[in-house]
Design a protein around this ligand. Structure first.
Ligand code: PEP
Ligand code: MN
Length: 264
């Protein structure tokens, strides 16, 4: 069902009026890694809106590598995210980690994110597939393209066609970057599948300095959008500060992106 052979026409996924897919401008999703406070989320939402972003991101349930790192604010965070998004008219996306959280996350989020670590949590994929909520499915850090598309198939097979794929870097031997951004997946997936695909250069690189150039490269490669981490005060971020742009960095990058889009 994910294949173009089955469904030749490119799909467009509508998230509360924001459209991902062919025939639409690339969607820019921005916001902090984690929801930290109400003030932080309102400030982030204002920066995303001012820069020209179309959606707000923020994690309330965080899949941290170690148990002693900040795990997210949970439901309280979902409320801040929804309120901040509404204050600027930005639909919101946030990660759901477990089936037990799904109903609650659906109440507050316009789009459900399945994180890289859960790309092959087949029970979660099936439950998300039973909803009709738009889904942002991130590529597992060691997943092949075949496995990535098979994960999307789990959601589609349950009846939910509203899937946007997200390349977020894969594990390689390279240590200078957090992951290795596999941009070739964008044209390949566009040929193999009808589903839209976006790129997350923040988690792919782990380095703020690389986010602008990799964002633009993703758009040149044909991505239907970019998701990047933006924090009102990256130095104080509870999570992923080193890869987060400030509001000013984001505004500058958006100017470059808009110039680039005139050529594409
Ligand atoms: C995220 O986008 O918040 C995140 C945790 O990313 P990933 O699942 O790609 O590591
Ligand atoms: Mn992050």
């Amino acid at each position: 069902m994910v294949s173009r052979d089955f469904h030749p026409v490119s799909s467009v996924v509508d998230v509360a009026g924001v459209k991902f897919g062919d025939g639409h401008l690339p969607v820019i999703i921005a916001g902090p890694c984690s929801i930290e406070t109400s003030e932080q989320m309102f400030a982030a939402a204002a920066e995303v809106k001012a820069g020209g972003g179309q959606m707000l991101r923020g994690g309330a349930f965080k899949p941290r590598t170690g148990p002693h790192s900040f795990q997210g604010l949970g439901v309280e965070g979902l409320k801040y995210l929804q309120q901040a998004g509404r204050s600027q008219g930005l639909p919101v996306v946030t990660e759901v980690m477990r089936i037990e959280q799904l109903d609650t996350v659906c109440q507050y989020a316009d789009m459900l994110q399945i994180g890289a670590r859960n790309m092959q949590n087949f029970d979660l994929l099936k439950e998300v597939g039973k909803t009709r909520h738009p889904v942002l499915l991130k590529r597992g850090m060691s997943a092949t393209i075949e496995e990535f598309l098979a994960a999307a198939e789990y959601i589609l097979a349950e009846g939910n066609p509203n899937i946007v794929l997200c390349e977020r870097g894969i594990r390689t031997f390279e240590k200078e970057t957090r992951n290795t951004l596999d941009l070739s997946v964008v044209p390949l997936v566009r040929e193999m599948s009808h589903l839209p695909i976006i790129v997350d250069p923040s988690h792919a690189t782990g380095k703020r300095m690389l986010v602008p150039v990799m964002s633009k490269a993703a758009l040149v490669a044909g991505a239907h959008g970019v998701m990047m981490e933006v924090h009102p005060n990256p130095a104080m971020a509870l999570c992923d500060g080193a890869q987060s742009l400030s509001g000013a960095d984001f505004a500058a990058l958006m100017q470059e992106i808009n110039q680039l889009l005139d050529f594409l």
